[in-house]
Design a protein around this ligand. Structure first.
Ligand SMILES: [Zn+2]
Length: 445
């Protein structure tokens, strides 16, 4: 049985997923199987309607599936914003038709939430291998100026035609490759959380994402050039990431500190030359930053960690409250630092126990991490080959800001990552000095 077929069994929401060349023609069969007797409504933007939407509409028509007129967003500035969800909800409320989202991240997220709000399942026809959100539980939507994840089920059925995905703009494929690459550092963070008994690894979710991950990332050249096998592997990897999130109802299996960089930049309303930077592109830089930190961690002799020194620099809860409220002062999310870090705070006694565990098991932990991490130089080379950004400046982030992000990111999520390890061992400042030194990866003059 294929990896995807095995993973489908553990997915609670997605019942049918077809990935392959020339599978678009099976879309009507999938729809009829999954939604017998139901009407359909195509949801697309003008681009995706032209490329695939109209084809599906005609295919459904000639195969006896009744439809409402297609819902095509006309706004060229369309993005995953709540007002666009409301537009679609208003349209869906007029009937009972099953939405068929034809597009990538934005269209899928808008449809996912609108379908949920109008109490119906939906189907998705992917047009780019640009992120792992297709099959994920939850939609990432900006509401009241802030990007938020809304809980809502993944599509019941999904069709990903590799010929169409291969023809998508290369920067979309590059973004997807980076989002898949992020599962390397996300996995490493989970290994750390597991080893320090903060959050045990769920073996099912782990296998869904991690088995075959290194292999799926092994051909950036083929991925860039749209070779069917490489794009198929990429697409499967991204879909599997979504399945793991469905299984655990958490993004832990697919998202670690590298994603916190992207989330923080979104919260800060980061734009490059006035434009949004795609999720995958932000994650590409985040992944490289966290990989660089892992390279330093792996070179650190934690068997001889000075626990007393770490102990001294660890704040009391009262001190943490001050720190965490100060760090986002003047932003539109002043409270989140305290809200999230207090949720993962441990007292000095617990810290000592945790660092003892780290010290005693360091050789074993180090081996597990070394097996997981793709070293910085190699990671950078592959991301460059595929056409993803490899320098912070490529996405409009200065080095100073990247350095700050290392500090700020761990305040915005309670999830335990390598950033927490860096803070708890007291190594963060030293590692950042190395990364941003004259002979470091990102020298700051
Ligand atoms: Zn992602």
């Amino acid at each position: 049985m294929s990896k995807v077929a095995t993973a489908l069994k553990s997915a609670n929401e997605t019942k049918s997923l077809i990935i392959g060349q020339d599978v678009l023609q099976q879309a009507f069969i999938v729809f009829k199987e999954q939604f017998p007797g139901k009407k359909a409504i195509i949801v697309a933007d003008q681009t995706t309607y032209g490329i695939v939407g109209e084809t599906i509409l005609k295919q459904f028509e000639s195969n006896g599936i009744k439809q409402e007129p297609a819902f095509v967003y006309s706004d060229p500035e369309l993005y995953a914003e709540y007002k666009y969800v409301e537009e679609l909800v208003a349209a869906l409320e007029q009937h009972q038709a099953i939405p068929v989202a034809v597009g990538s991240g934005t269209i899928n997220d808008l449809t996912k939430l609108a379908a949920h709000l109008t109490n119906r399942p939906y189907m998705c026809v992917a047009t780019a291998a640009s992120m792992d959100g297709y099959t994920a539980f939850g939609a990432s939507i900006t509401a009241n100026g802030a990007k938020q994840t809304f809980n809502c089920p993944a599509p019941q059925a999904c069709v990903a035609d590799v010929d169409i995905l291969s023809a998508a703009p290369t920067e979309m494929t590059a973004a997807g490759y980076a989002d898949l690459f992020a599962k390397i550092t996300a996995g490493a963070d989970w290994i750390l959380a597991d080893a320090l008994r903060v959050e045990a690894i769920d073996q099912t979710a782990w296998s869904i994402v991690q088995d075959g991950l290194h292999e799926a990332l092994s051909d950036p050249e083929g991925t860039k050039n749209g070779h069917a096998q490489a794009v198929t592997q990429l697409t499967e990897g991204l879909m599997l990431g979504g399945f793991a999130m469905q299984w655990s109802k958490s993004s832990r299996p697919a998202s670690g500190a590298e994603h916190q960089f992207s989330h923080l930049w979104n919260m800060e309303h980061h734009l490059k030359n006035g434009e949004h930077v795609s999720h995958g592109f932000q994650v590409s830089v985040g992944t490289l930053a966290i990989t660089a930190l892992y390279d330093l961690l792996l070179k650190t002799d934690l068997e001889n960690l000075d626990i007393q020194a770490a102990f001294k620099q660890w704040p009391t809860e009262e001190e943490l409250k001050k720190q965490s409220l100060a760090i986002f002062k003047g932003t539109d999310f002043p409270e989140i630092g305290w809200q999230e870090t207090s949720a993962k705070y441990i007292n000095h006694q617990e810290l000592e126990k945790q660092l003892q565990t780290l010290k005693h098991n360091w050789q074993e932990i180090k081996q597990r991490l070394a097996k997981q991490i793709v070293p910085f130089v190699e990671a950078k080379s592959r991301l460059a080959i595929v056409g993803a950004p490899t320098e912070p400046e490529h996405i409009g982030i200065s080095r100073e800001r990247l350095k700050e992000t290392f500090v700020r990111a761990q305040y915005i999520r309670r999830r335990f990552t390598v950033l927490d390890l860096a803070v708890r061992t007291g190594y963060l400042d030293q590692w950042l000095d190395q990364l941003f030194a004259k002979d470091g990866i990102w020298p700051i003059n």
